[in-house]
Ligand binder design. Sequence first.
Ligand code: SF4
Length: 107
Amino acid sequence: MDVCPVDCIHPRKDEAEFAQATMLYIHPEECIDCGACVPACPVAAIYESPDATPAHQKDLIEANAIFRLGDADAMAKAEAIVAKHKVDHADIMAVPAAERQAAHSRF
Ligand code: SF4
């Protein structure tokens, strides 16, 4: 995302994994917690902190942590978590982004 001042959302468009990844990952050690990405996320999938993340989204925090390891095995493990998340929460994933944003605010 262009909004990130430290370019810590991966894979970036110039990274080899970009074409394969089903989710963008925030590198937890590169992130400076500026919060710019929270309102900018087009699918309302970023929260201000782990504490602010709804319970049904917390598995994706683990996916971010694993992805930061940076190798193909880590990417596969992170993508497996995302794939399971999409199956487990198919009802949420099917909701348009604006409605999802409103639904998230209830948690
Ligand atoms: S909160 Fe982190 S990921 Fe989000 S824009 Fe700021 S530095 Fe980037």
